[in-house]
Design a protein around this ligand. Structure first.
Ligand SMILES: [Zn+2]
Length: 52
């Protein structure tokens, strides 16, 4: 898994632009996508947070 792909989707991660989900939607500040995927930020890296 290459999480840097997410950064490429948004262009400027962690600089006010935000993050994009793998489904293509922009993630809210909560990093919980409406599609059901959730993410966590580890430092400057967006990490998928799979829920059971
Ligand atoms: Zn999504």
């Amino acid at each position: 898994m290459d999480v840097r792909a997410h950064a490429l989707l948004t262009g400027n991660p962690a600089r006010g632009v935000g993050w994009a989900c793998t489904c293509g939607q922009k993630l809210p500040d909560s990093l919980n996508c409406p599609c059901g995927r959730t993410y966590k930020l580890k430092g400057q890296t967006l990490t998928p947070d799979p829920s059971p």
